[in-house]
Design a protein around this ligand. Sequence first.
Ligand code: RB5
Length: 143
Amino acid sequence: MKIVLASDHGGFQLKEAVKTALADKGHEVVDLGTDSEAPVDYPVFGKLAGDYVASGRAERGIVFCGTGIGIGIAANKVHGVRCAMVTGDEYAKLASGHNHANMIALGGRFVSAGDALRFIDIWLGTPWEGGRHDRRAEELDEM
Ligand code: RB5
């Protein structure tokens, strides 16, 4: 699967760990930065990744900042993005099954690399349930 990644400085280390692991699993990974722990502004990177997914250049996107909050808000400003901040296994499952999330946001200062990779596996491996959730996802996409 083609997956785009982006982070600010607070999410940089976690992005790097996830990038390596996803590539090892055979995913096509696109890294839009940042490329160091030097301070940058998370809205810039959230928008970059959001635009990438919304335009269809990647099937999924994962964004990282210190908490996962700011960069997820930024990604969700892009029309067509449904970005879920994920902090646990059940969140990862429901993000896909109920919210049809095409992106997730993770907090580099709160989520370990091991937990992040498990959340990503669950999110990627959980099918969209559709059904009663269809109309709600459509309503999100109309905003
Ligand atoms: C940067 O210090 C920090 O504010 C950012 O990474 C993120 O946590 C914002 O939501």
